[in-house]
Design a binder for this molecule. Structure first.
Ligand code: COA
Length: 257
């Protein structure tokens, strides 16, 4: 049981709902702690094949870090950023797919959270932005890096410097959101996508996440990671099953082995 999150597991999909709607789901310290714990639980629970992150209510996914808690010394500021970075890396590096269903404002830390997910599906009223400069701040949970990776340097620089907020149609055009749906369809459409992914071989899915993430990791050679994963697949029961099913003209049944 969490104080700031709701969780619901259905059809092997865990929906984690950020639940501070009266504060537009602003991410306070407790919420960041609980989010890290909820991701740990999702990774440890074999029943969970994939995860959706969304926000309670119809107005916000998360309107940023909780501004009322942004106090203290330089070192304390850095510690706030570091804690969030660690939780968001855990999301980004999760071997199980984690998708953001952005149901409203995704600003500041909310936008950064959505960007740490493997991809984003948005409702028509979704709004994205990194408005930290309005507060005399910079993003602290990876926003300068992931926004640049996702939409390119020029567009990211403009958004980061102006603090401008973009609507769902612009986010779709920029590639920040993969799909835009009416608010009341958002969760079902996101679940449909994950149900499709959940029919695929789990190890193969985990390895495409790791290889794609390596693009933005200077310590890693993504081509080598991909080639190794390709070879590792040969040693899995699921690849044998996938091949047999194709040749026998039937649907594969994967076991994650
Ligand atoms: N931190 C803390 N509280 C926040 C918050 C945040 N990031 N974003 C919203 N809230 C709170 C408001 O203070 C308000 O609380 P109150 O009812 O106790 O006064 C409540 O959520 C509703 O927000 P409100 O501003 O009244 O809603 P709005 O519809 O007028 O405006 C936004 C919506 C998103 C434009 C506006 O809330 C906003 O600009 N939020 C901050 C966004 C931001 O700068 N994020 C980056 C933080 S680093």
């Amino acid at each position: 049981m969490y104080q700031t999150l709701l969780t619901a597991l259905e059809n092997n999909i865990l929906v984690i709902t950020i639940n501070r709607p009266d504060k537009l789901n602003a991410i306070n310290n407790l919420l960041m702690t609980e989010l890290g714990l909820a991701i740990d639980e999702a990774l440890a629970n074999a029943e969970v094949r994939s995860v959706i992150l969304t926000g309670a209510g119809v107005k916000a996914f998360a309107a940023g870090a909780d501004i009322s808690e942004l106090n203290g010394s330089r070192e304390e500021g850095m510690a706030i950023a570091k804690k969030g970075l660690d939780v968001f890396f855990k999301i980004e590096r999760s071997p199980k797919p984690i998708v953001a269903a952005v149901n409203g404002f995704a600003l500041g830390g909310g936008c950064e959270l959505a960007m740490a997910c493997h991809f984003r599906v948005a409702s028509e009223n979704a709004r994205f932005g990194q408005p930290e400069v309005n507060l005399g701040l910079v993003p602290g949970y990876g926003g300068t890096q992931r926004l640049t990776q996702l939409i390119g340097k020029g567009r990211a620089m403009e958004l980061l410097m102006t603090g401008a907020v973009i609507d769902a149609a612009t986010a779709l055009q920029y590639g920040l959101a993969n799909h835009v749906y009416p608010q009341d369809e958002l969760l079902d459409k996101t679940k449909e996508l994950l149900q499709l992914i959940n029919t695929k071989a789990p190890l193969a899915v985990a390895w495409v996440i790791a290889a794609a993430n390596a693009v933005h990791d200077e310590q890693k050679n993504g081509y080598e990671i991909e080639a190794k994963a390709f070879g590792d697949c040969f040693a899995t029961a699921d690849m044998q099953e996938g091949k047999s099913a194709f040749l026998e003209k039937r649907k594969p049944v994967f076991t994650g082995k």
